[in-house]
Ligand binder design. Sequence first.
Ligand SMILES: Nc1ncnc2c1ncn2[C@@H]1O[C@H](COP(=O)(O)OP(=O)(O)OP(=O)(O)O)[C@@H](O)[C@H]1O
Ligand SMILES: [Mg+2]
Length: 470
Amino acid sequence: MPQIPMSRQTLHTRGGVLDHVLDNVFDMALLLDGQGNILFLSKGNRRVLPNCGRLIGQPVTRLDRFSPFAQVLSSGKSVENLPLELMGHRGFTNIYPLVDHGTVIGTLSYVYFQNRSAMEEIEARFPRDRWTLDNGEYHQVSLVDRSYTFSDFIGESPLVKEMLDRCRQAAACDYPVLLIGETGTGKEIIASGIHAARHPDRFAPYVAINCTAIPENLLESELFGHEKGSFTGADQRKVGKFEQAAEGDVLLDEIGDMSLLLQGKILRALESREFERVGGSKVIPFRAGVIAATNKHLPALIEEGQFRADLYYRLAVIEVFLIPLRKRPEDIPLLIEHFSRDKTDALRFTRQAMDYLKRYPWPGNVRQLKNLVYRLSALCGGQSITGDRVLTELSAGQENYNRALGPGGALPAAGAASLSVPVPVRSLEELEREAIAAALAASGHNVTLAAKQLGIGRATLYKKLERHQL
Ligand SMILES: Nc1ncnc2c1ncn2[C@@H]1O[C@H](COP(=O)(O)OP(=O)(O)OP(=O)(O)O)[C@@H](O)[C@H]1O
Ligand SMILES: [Mg+2]
């Protein structure tokens, strides 16, 4: 459908069939006149941006600076399947010129959303160069992160089913949820899935905040926003993430790494359900749902005085523990199939190779398995993958982990396990005991040094020494 014939009268008549179709057939639709001014915003737009009605008659760039409306108006050529990201949801946009007797009199555009799995399938079917802007990157038309649903979390083991049930229950109420799990266990998928389940209409904002990615001195303004002139460099008012989240959800990711000062400020916002911009006095209601995620052991951080107990209890109204991959080895074939589904050659493993994969402790969890699948697909597509090959690849990966993190890095102790012999699955207790013993040996039984290497406090280490009778 490169051009849509339409008379000026139809385009400018409001309340007729055209508006009805645009309101009811598309997720979001928009009509522009020949000058690029907004004539009509469908119901879907009004749900995302309740005040957008005041943009009628204004240039479309006030609503969306990225999509190529001007290009369509000047060339008379449509743009289709342009990927974009809006309020954390991925979709496509199509823009068509409206033509009256050979003259372009405006554009009709619409956005349609898909869940992530559907999007990935669509992406795989279309070559990248089909996408006209930014080499196929998604436009961040609005802030925010990607969207997943629970069905994007792969796993059918009983432990996963139980966890997903708990997540569904958590999504059914609006209490804060704390997601706890080792690195790479899928906390971001679950957080986004809870948001999607809470807002099935797909339009509520989802704002993910990575508490470690933002420098400490900027984090407060990122979260709460600031007023113009409130500090050097604040030359414009900024709306913070809590405000952007409106009635959607915020994900406070890596919450265990946040400073005590900010923990106090977040606690206050959660308790009073309101906050102020930095340097401002206007009280802004905080209506969004809160999901927090961490791969740290918060009770241990509390013991060490690194995390506020009151914030922990406020966040942990519902706690969800993500399952380490070594606790659900039966899901490994399913995950491999999932990660290799777009690859031309299916990956084939010998029985021994699969056995090794199932017995490996996976310190990087699903993220590590995903990377391994990608690596094997690139290196051994079409061949049958042997046990030896798996061991070689895993130990190469292991060395990288060790190099990156050092022996006392943030990984669970299993990360240090030698892979020359496949490692059987062991309990966390056992792994912890081994890690402590190794740290003590490496530090010449210096408890302060060992605690540092293990990334825990001295007091915590003493307790653990007692418990493990070391
Ligand atoms: N159950 C799963 N099904 C499909 N993909 C998964 C699953 N778990 C994790 N992944 C994939 O593994 C990678 C890591 O997941 P994610 O970013 O959610 O981890 P995380 O728990 O937040 O880890 P970290 O603590 O390091 O931030 C992502 O690419 C994600 O898509
Ligand atoms: Mg994460």
